[in-house]
Design a protein around this ligand. Structure first.
Ligand code: ADP
Length: 777
């Protein structure tokens, strides 16, 4: 039972071929996630970034929002400024208009004294500093008077004839666009009012104002550097400009610029100025003059502002990042250092050394170090305990090996896939040799017959699940031994047998003992047969002798009866013959002879009955014990009458018995109950109960009782506890009763004590089979 090799094809091949290819199974390599390890520093930097980033994004968003809001506000403010400028310009115009209207209502004019009016106009101009000249034009647009020229000088047609015309047409004041004064030869703006006489416009009176006057308005606004305020007349000609006015006044702005100005009364636009500067312009139109004031802000100044603020923001953010990352770097270094410090002590613990906690600046690292120290202590403790266990395991294994050797026991494992057999040392020791492959065990390790049986058992192991065999082994030293080999199949998940595992036990002693027992049994059987034959012969002889003895006793008793009867008869005759004539003692002696003869006769009769019990016995029949009792009581009527005894009886069953003999037993027991009784009155009670398969009869009395020492002796023949003179009797009665009961298959016994009365028991088997045969006695 050791190994499987290719040398045993029918057995191992079948099993091996049915096995799964174990090399196919379980070869899948589990995919493992590659763990990435981040340093504490990296994590903290990420944390800082994660914390700062939302704030920064928010700040940038806020920044752009503010920028947009700021720009919208700026546009609004600039429009406001433009409006204010429009009002200031309107004011100037209205002042000029008021001045003109004042002059128009001058008396000198109404009286036609133009020279006087000329002088008055010059004076008013000088006082007001508002206009540069005063012109009086007629309906044809001809200058009648010009304060800039001496009165009476010839004057060219009026340069702003268009507004003079409008005044004549509408009778309302009008404001000119920029025009070139023909007298002063320079750009001017005229505010004209009608001069009426008797409800008719006779002149158009205009006060000419220098554009520079409007430059003054612009310059007082204190615009930020780079900003340009421009005043445009109703045709879009530049009237005044806060910067480089001399260069631009009288010119038109860029076309795109102009188009937009003219399209709406108020607004903001982006455009490029003539000098190529991209600007944002806010403009507003005057309802009085239809002029427009535009304030242009170079776009660069706005983006500069934006860039500057962005730069500041970026600077702040960078600083924050730098501080945050720097702190994270520092903190990370400290944390990492605290944890890195634990690496070496932990490695030391692995090498079995003591854990020495390094100083830690981080509380968690300190707690970890403490926990590691505790764990290291526990580890050492466990290791020590494990070593103890290991030692005791080695000891136990050694003991087990010893026990195996002592018990001549071994275990083995047979891997059917590799055909490898692993056997315990004790098996080799047991067999006194190496264990060859199974195929080679035939006739070598195992006897041929044992090998064949083992092979057969292994062949069917898939169905049986195992085997239990006694096989004969050829010991290495030459002798043979018997071993009991037990094997169990080991199956894979699919239920195929992949290995066998089992034990062997040296049962040589048991086998030898069994052989010895078989030999002794055979011998014993022989002896028993011989003894039985002898006994049978002896029994036959005994029966023969018994029969002869019975015959002899019967004959003897019979022969004795006759002379005894003669002795008694003749003694009686002698007694009658000599009565009164001889000595009285002869009478007494004769009576004694007769009495003893009678006693002898009784004894012989009883003996005869005892010896011929079987001969006289009859087959059993169904007997009503109650009836038997009644008959017994009737036959004892005289004794009962004489003694005044009370004999009673309980419920009695019907039994299978010899009726006469049952009556004999009951009669003897009731009679003894009355006879050995001094109570007044003597009481005897017969009863019966069922106990398992027996009827147990009891005959109880209130008599003298029997010492327990004699409970068995009284059933022996001729055993009497009283002398004949005390209580007459033969000493055969109870012996006869017991024999009768035993012949019925029952037993008899007594329970009694002196002065306590006695209870005699006898059992009879409960038998439904009435024809139960009597027991040979
Ligand atoms: P015997 O003819 O003497 O009565 P038994 O065999 O009937 O012979 O009794 C044997 C002895 O057992 C008696 O001598 C008596 O001493 C004792 N014996 C039997 N029955 C009783 C009883 N009911 N009470 C007391 N003693 C008894």
């Amino acid at each position: 039972m050791s190994s499987v090799t290719t040398g045993a094809p029918p057995l191992s091949q079948t099993l091996v071929n049915s096995l799964p290819d174990v090399n196919q199974a379980g070869t899948s390599t589990p995919t493992r996630a590659v763990a990435s390890h981040w340093s504490v520093r990296t994590l903290l930097i990420w944390l800082v970034l994660a914390c700062l980033l939302p704030g920064i994004l928010g700040a940038v968003a806020l920044f752009f929002y503010e920028y947009r809001e700021g720009r919208a506000q700026l546009e609004k403010d600039t429009i406001q400024t433009a409006r204010a400028l429009v009002q200031a310009v309107d004011n100037q115009i209205l002042q000029a208009q008021a001045l003109a209207e004042g002059l128009a209502s001058a008396d000198s004019l109404a009286e036609g004294e133009l020279a006087k009016f000329h002088e008055q106009a010059r004076r008013t101009l000088a006082e007001s500093h508002l206009g540069i000249t005063v012109v009086l034009a007629d309906r044809l647009g001809q200058q009648i008077l010009n304060a800039a020229e001496n009165f009476g000088a010839s004057l060219p047609p009026y340069g702003a004839a268009d507004i003079a015309n409008r005044v004549f047409e509408t009778g309302e004041p009008a404001v000119s666009n920029l025009y070139r004064g023909r007298v002063l030869k320079r750009p001017l703006i005229a505010v004209a009012v009608p001069v009426t006489q008797e409800g008719k416009v006779i002149y158009a009176l205009a006060i000419s104002v220098l554009p520079e006057r409007f430059n003054g308005i612009l310059s007082t606004q204190g615009l930020p550097p780079g900003w340009v305020a421009t005043i445009l007349d109703g045709k879009g000609t530049i009237v005044a400009r806060s910067r480089a006015a001399e260069e631009y006044v009288g010119q038109k702005p860029a076309d795109a610029f102009l188009r937009q100005f003219m399209e709406s009364d108020e607004g903001v636009m982006e455009a490029t100025m003539k000098d190529g500067v991209p600007v944002i312009s806010a403009y507003s139109r005057s309802a009085v003059t239809n002029w427009r004031v535009a304030i242009s802000i170079p776009r660069d100044s706005l983006s500069d502002q934006l860039v500057r603020r962005l730069f500041l923001l970026a600077l702040g953010v960078s600083a924050l990042f730098a501080i945050g990352i720097g702190l994270a770097w520092l903190m990370g270094g400290r944390i990492a250092g605290s944890f890195r410090g634990l690496v070496r002590p932990a490695a030391a613990v692995g090498a079995g050394e003591k854990f020495v906690a390094p100083p830690a600046t981080v509380r968690e690292a300190d707690e970890l170090a403490k926990a590691m120290a505790r764990a290291a202590d526990l580890l050492q403790e466990r290791t020590a305990r494990l070593q103890d266990i290991n030692r005791s395991l080695i000891e136990k294994e050694r003991e087990l090996n010893e026990a195996h050797s002592l018990a001549k026991f071994g275990s083995w494992h047979w891997d059917l896939q590799t055909a490898e057999v692993i056997a315990s040392d004790s098996i080799r020791e047991l067999c006194g040799r190496d264990i060859p492959p199974f195929a080679e065990q035939r006739g070598t390790l195992l006897t041929v017959e044992s090998w064949e049986r083992a092979a057969e058992a292994v062949r069917h192991v898939a169905e049986t699940g195992g085997f239990d065999l006694d096989v004969e082994v050829n010991h290495g030293s030459g002798g043979t031994l018997w071993i009991n080999a037990k094997g169990a199949a080991i199956r894979d998940a699919a239920g195929r047998v992949v290995a066998l595992r089992g034990t062997v036990l040296d049962i040589t002693d048991r086998k030898r003992a069994e052989t010895e027992i078989q030999r002794l049994n055979a011998e014993l059987e022989q002896q028993v047969q011989e003894r039985t034959a002898e006994l049978r012969r002896a029994n036959d002889a005994l029966l023969h002798t018994n029969a002869e003895l019975q015959h002899f006793a019967h004959a003897t008793a019979h022969d004795l009866q006759t002379p005894l009867r003669s002795i008694a008869g003749f003694t009686h005759l002698v007694q009658q013959e000599v009565h009164g004539r001889v000595d009285r003692r002869v009478d007494e002696w004769s009576a004694l002879v007769i009495d003893n003869t009678k006693r002898l006769q009784d004894l012989i009769q009883a003996l005869l009955t005892y010896t011929r019990l079987d001969v006289l016995g009859r087959p059993f029949e169904r007997v009503d014990a109650r009836k038997v009792f009644d008959e017994v009581a009737a036959s004892l009527a005289v004794l009962i009458g004489e003694t005044g005894a009370e004999v009673s009886c309980g419920e009695l069953p019907t039994v299978a018995a010899d009726r006469t003999q049952l009556a004999q037993v009951l009669q003897k027991l009731v009679e003894n109950g009355i006879k050995y009784n001094k109570s007044e009155p003597p009481r005897v009670t017969v009863d019966c109960s069922r106990q398992e398969d027996d009827w147990v009869f009891s005959v109880a009395d209130n008599g003298i009782g029997i010492d327990p020492r004699h409970h068995e002796r009284i059933f022996e023949i001729f055993r009497r506890l009283h002398s004949y003179s005390q209580v007459p009797g033969t000493g055969i009665g109870l012996a006869l009763c017991r024999r009768i009961v035993e012949r019925h298959g029952g037993r008899m016994w007594v329970e009694s004590a002196p002065g306590q009365g006695s209870v005699f028991y006898f059992s009879l088997p409960v038998s439904t089979d009435v024809a139960a045969t009597p027991t040979a006695g």
